[in-house]
Design a protein around this ligand. Structure first.
Ligand SMILES: *Cc1c(COP(=O)(O)O)cnc(C)c1O
Length: 810
């Protein structure tokens, strides 16, 4: 199978030789950045032949290919994970130490590829890792944004957004494939002709042409020589010979034009969980979809003797949320207009190839596009959507009389809007939610009529995370300790972490787990000190909430708890509580005013609490700026408490919850998303569940009965906190936090922060008590690690492969 890997000494010699040949430098002249590029190129030399061999193998075996289409891939940095997966991480670490470099400093030279907003993009990255590691022929298609998600700085408690120009330095993992470029058409006129046989033919005129050039990134499997491809498309202007003839008037080849084309892949939209209805975003979506589908069909024709009517035997396309849902009309367009399929046969092919993952039921996140915008930008695509809609609505009218009344809620085009989730359900063979409760809500509530129409389409695939990055790589000490007691098999079969249960009461093992957590906390405390100047007590409870800032995720509930504790300590300075360090990291969408107010509030509270000597350092509030994958990797191994406190029913799954569980943190959480499935495994005694259930929340939404003001009037602790916000006790001038105050009292607390406040406090009192009993706490921690194997994305990908994609490992 594998060739013998480099030894430490060979690795070291390769570094020295390459420095000489590529940089003409001796080792003592090299800077960390030089070494970063040297190691990357050593890894690339290992990868390239295997990448080629993997593609050859797929051709020989003629196997079915999975294409994962996603507007986001939040891959983070790749050097360390590529080293790990190539089986070279140990050698690299040791060689670097011998040469006098700190490995973590070298790996930190890489700028995160921030080509995603949060959970959805990170899921796509974990899936690619699992596809390769499990020997599946699965590839990603995405966009090569020149600017990723903004870099967050905090100035006086306010979020500042700086452009994230991640390509400033050469990115060593991508290779441009100009010969694979394809042409994308926007705008123009559609001409319809009747052919001799009576069928219709469609031709497009005066379209705006854009070149899509792919950049390929290798996706390295874990020590198995499989390298799949993440193909990212970049928009460039088209220069054709023919354009230079004629009067040239329609081909404004000026810089403005070029600039406007390059803008298509200029930046990632920074909105998470809310829909940004801009024409440029729609352009991006079609650009991704059209280039990817053209490429998929070209590959199929290159490798197959079969007709395209057999496409579904060799190809399956998974769309990550509705963002790539134009894949449905785009595949129809190619089959109809270029391959001259009948509508019926084109539809049969399309609906056997496309599978759709739903990520949310939040209404503000369900995508719709104005009909007029679609008509103007993508006239032929609009016609096809219109026809899909007509046929779908007719089908309901004639075959499902009981749903006639519901047609306006089901129609793909309604009230001048195109509903992308409806298009995705109608045009695919599989619709999956991302955690059990989420799928149940889709089936029973949000999409119940669609479920009546297509009961076999709906299925659940609970999300996962790659345990290679999120345990092996980020927490090598814990990983080694696990291997010491249960052997190394869990690395290939993460469910075997369950064997740890045998040691969950073994005091000497628990002491070692404790020691590892302490070392990880000291490391994080140092990072906190470097970045914020604040000294935190590494014996304190590290209580962590890191995720995008959103009302439904309820960072506000967490900060209310902190204010409450602070008020208590001010009144009773000698209150005997275990010191706590509250750690936040979160980006707010630039246009999300309330989210930014919460960031400001966290900082304001921090600026009071952290410097008030009355409370004797018992509370510290830390906000680490610029939350991204690299920061998550530093925080998660050090977490004692994982805050997963979304309003029940709102968080489709969550994956931060899984990362922290796998690193031995105990969850404080609502019965929402995958928290429920964590709870099924570890039981109430090994996590802290509180608050409203999803049914209760949905019931309040539908039938009313909740009054936030009542709680304000009856709970002195709540009243005190809200009044402190309103009266400017936190803040330099009076109006600072009035918006938060008004949102809770005059918009009736839409996310039930006050309703869940008391149960949340009570739960934290239990946390406090549990933490004092060290061995019990460590037992809980190990129990969580032991059950976390289920949440490896390997399990998720195996489920997609067998239930949806019908593929086997190659
Ligand atoms: C895992 C991850 C997320 C998702 O976190 P949730 O808590 O599930 O919302 C978002 N951003 C980054 C950088 C992550 O690593």
């Amino acid at each position: 199978m594998s060739l013998p890997k480099l030894t430490v000494n060979e690795f070291k010699e390769r570094i020295i030789d390459k420095l000489k040949s590529d940089y003409v430098k001796d080792i003592h002249e090299a800077c960390e950045n030089d070494i970063y590029y040297i190691i990357s190129s050593i890894v690339n030399e290992e990868i390239l032949p295997q990448w080629h061999a993997t593609q050859q193998k797929y051709k020989e075996k003629n196997c079915k290919q999975v294409y994962y289409l996603s507007m986001e891939f939040l891959v983070g940095s790749l050097l360390e994970s590529n080293l790990l997966n190539c089986g070279l991480l140990e050698q690299s670490n040791q060689a670097l130490e011998m040469l006098g470099f700190k490995p973590e400093k070298i790996y930190a030279q890489e700028h995160d590829a921030g080509l995603g907003n949060g959970g959805l993009g990170r899921l796509a990255a974990c899936f690619l890792d699992s596809l390769s590691s499990l020997y599946y022929a699965g590839h990603g298609y995405g966009i090569r944004y020149r600017y990723g998600l903004f870099e967050q700085r905090i100035i006086h408690g306010n979020q500042l957004e700086l452009p994230d120009y991640w390509l400033k330095n050469r990115y060593p993992w991508e290779s441009r494939k100009e010969d694979e470029a394809v042409c994308i058409h926007f705008h123009g006129d559609v001409h319809m002709f009747k052919k001799n046989d009576g069928s219709l033919e469609f031709k497009y005129k005066n379209t705006d042409k854009v070149m899509a050039v792919p950049y390929d990134i290798p996706v390295v499997g874990y020590q198995n020589d499989v390298i799949n491809t993440l193909r990212l498309w970049s928009a460039e202007s088209v220069y054709q010979e023919e354009d230079l003839t004629g009067d040239g008037s329609q081909y404004y080849h000026d810089l403005d034009h070029q600039h406007s084309i390059e803008q298509i892949t200029g930046f990632l939209y920074p909105d998470d969980s809310s829909h940004e209805g801009k024409e440029l975003r729609l352009k991006q979506q079609y650009f991704l979809v059209s280039s990817s589908i053209q490429n998929i069909i070209k590959n199929f024709k290159r490798n197959q003797k079969l007709s395209l009517s057999h496409l579904s035997e060799k190809v399956v396309i998974q769309i990550n949320d509705t963002h790539p849902s134009l894949a449905i009309p785009e595949l129809m367009r190619i089959l109809l207009d270029e391959e001259h399929f009948s509508w019926e046969s084109a539809w049969e092919v399309t609906t056997k190839v496309i599978a759709y993952t739903n990520h949310t039921t939040l209404s503000e996140a369900l995508e719709t596009w104005p009909k007029g915008m679609m008509q103007h930008l993508l006239p032929r695509i609009y016609m096809i959507i219109d026809e899909i809609n007509e046929r779908f609505c007719k089908g309901i009218w004639f075959d499902h009389e009981e749903l006639r009344e519901q047609i306006p809620e089901l129609a793909i085009i309604a009230h001048e809007q195109i509903h992308m989730a409806r298009l995705s359900i109608v045009g695919s063979f599989s619709v999956n939610g991302v955690a059990r409760i989420h799928t149940e809500i889709l089936k029973k509530k949000e999409m119940k009529h669609f479920y009546t129409l297509f009961p076999d389409r709906f299925n659940n695939k609970t999300n996962g995370i790659t345990h290679r990055r999120w345990l092996l790589q980020v927490n090598p000490k814990l990983s080694n300790l696990i291997t010491d007691v249960i052997g190394p098999k869990w690395v290939q079969r993460p469910k075997q972490l369950i064997s740890l249960l045998k040691y969950s009461k073994d005091t000497s093992f628990l002491e070692k787990v404790d020691q590892v957590k302490r070392e990880n906390k000291i490391r994080l405390a140092n990072i906190i000190h470097e970045r914020t100047g604040i000294l935190v007590d590494d014996q304190s409870i590290f209580d962590v909430q890191i995720k995008r800032l959103h009302e439904y995720k309820r960072q506000l509930l967490n900060i209310f708890h902190i204010i409450y504790l602070y008020n208590e300590l001010k009144e009773h300075p000698n209150l005997d509580i275990t010191p706590r360090t509250f750690i936040f990291a979160a980006k707010a969408a630039p246009s999300y005013h309330l989210a930014k107010e919460v960031i400001k509030l966290i900082h304001t509270v921090a600026s009071i609490v952290n410097y008030d000597s009355d409370i004797q350092g018992k509370l510290k509030v830390i906000f680490l700026e610029n939350y991204n994958v690299s920061l998550a990797e530093k925080i998660i191994p050090a977490a004692d408490i994982s805050e997963q406190i979304s309003t029940a029913s709102k968080e489709a799954s969550g994956t931060g919850n899984m990362k922290m569980m796998m690193n031995g943190a105990i969850t404080v959480g609502t019965l929402d998303g995958a928290n429920i499935e964590i709870n099924d495994l570890v039981g109430d005694q090994n996590m802290f569940i509180f608050g409203l259930t999803a049914d209760e929340v949905l019931d309040y939404y539908h039938h009313g009965g909740y009054n936030a003001t009542d709680i304000y009037n009856t709970d002195d602790r709540v009243k005190r906190i809200l009044d402190q916000l309103n009266q400017g006790e936190f803040g330099s001038h009076e109006i600072e936090f009035k918006d938060i105050y008004y949102n809770i009292l005059y918009h009736n607390d839409p996310y039930f922060v006050l309703k869940d406040f008391e149960p949340y406090l009570e739960t934290h009192e239990l946390v406090e008590r549990a933490y004092r009993d060290r061995l019990t706490w460590l037992n809980m921690s190990v129990t969580n690690i032991a059950y976390s194997g289920k949440f490896s994305s390997d399990r998720t990908i195996q489920e997609y492969a067998t239930d949806i994609w019908k593929i086997k490992p190659v």
